[in-house]
Each structure stands twice: as structure tokens, then as C-alpha cells.
Design a protein around this ligand. Sequence first.
Ligand SMILES: [Zn+2]
Length: 239
Amino acid sequence: MGRKNRQPLAERIAEAAERSLTAHNYVSPIDVLMSIGWLTPDAERRWRHGRTDSLECVAQVGLSRLSEAITLLRCWAIEKDLFASATDYVSRTPQRQQLGISRSENPEVEQSYRTHWVSPELSNKKRERLSQKISQAPELVVIQPLNTAWTCHRCARTGDLLVMDGQGPACLRCAGLDDLEFLPAGDALLTRRVKARSPRSAVVVRFSKRRKRYERQGLLVETPALTEVRREVEAQRRG
Ligand SMILES: [Zn+2]
């Protein structure tokens, strides 16, 4: 046990929140819980992928401690004059389901976890943009597996690309994404515009053994949007 664990909870929360605010201009209850070690990165990842019933049921501490921490964060944020901004948590799976937070599904408790606290030092415009960014649904991630000997847990087939859903790897057909077209990374303008225009999109990643992390390979987007934007961008580039 280090010094950290003997520190009063209010101080640990304030320190974690302060760090997060400095780094991101906002503080989220989940970041703070992770920062004080009450939520492990692995538990958070499983929750984000919709593989747990609720966030509270994968935390390292019980409900009363969690509620204490969230209340302390709220007090700290109010004292600092931070702005409250509500966020929806949507799963990083094709189903895009709302992620459950509390075991009780109590709306008040859910609300307290959804509240992000934004720095008052930002201009109104910047704050608005940040709130928008925070509440955006996370990108859907499609994996180009290094090991091609995988099977879809739904149809038992395989393929070049897979999506992790609540139960395991699924093929694009079972995930309802097989009509999307691949746009390789590299053209930033085209990518940005197509992404904004395509009602559905997913980022394609592949694990780099050398760099030990997932790297973006490109985007899967809807064909009509890609065709349209490609034409616009080409016309623009011809001048
Ligand atoms: Zn399948």
C-alpha cells in the first residue's frame, strides 16, 4: 500500500480531476475512477464494448464508495465553477447500444456519471465544440486480423475483416457492415469529408507488432457518399 491509499478520498479525487482538467480541459467521472484505480483499463474496455451489464458491476469497489467518489467530484467541480455537460455512452460495437452504468438503473445516478465537467477558462465557442466532441458516439472499429484463422461467432465463416461485438469476433456480413466500401488512409481531406457525409462509417485498424499498437488503415464508408465526395474533391483539385 502506497501513500496514495492512505490519502483522504477527497484529495485523491481532486488530484485526479485536476490532472484530467489540465490535460483535456474537461473531467469525466470515468476518467477519475480509472485514475484512482477503482476502474481498471480492462474493465473499462469491456464495458465500452457492451460486454458487461453495467459499469458499476465491474468496478473495484462497492456502490457506496462509488457514489461517494462521484459526489466528491461534483462538489470539486462546482467549487471550481466548471460547466456541466451531459454525455451519452454508446457501445463501440455495431449495435451502438446505450451502455448501462448503474446497477440500479436509477436515472439520477446515471445522470451523475454522464456529467462531464468542462473548464470555465475556455471561450463559449470552444466550450461548445468540446461538449459536442465529448458527446459524440465513439467510432466503430473494424479489425484487420493478423491471424486469419478466426471464425465468426454467429455464422462460423471467416473473412479479411472482423468486428468485436458483445460475444466475440463477428464477420462484416453478420455485423451488417458488408455493404460499406473501404477508403484507404492517406487522403486527409477526402477522409474527413466522406466521414462527415456517410451515415455509417467504421475505422479499420491493424495491429502493428513492431509498434505494439493498433494502427489506422482507412475507413469503411457508404458507397454513395464516397462517390459523391470523391467527385467534389477531384473537381476542386482540378480548380
Ligand atoms: Zn458471420
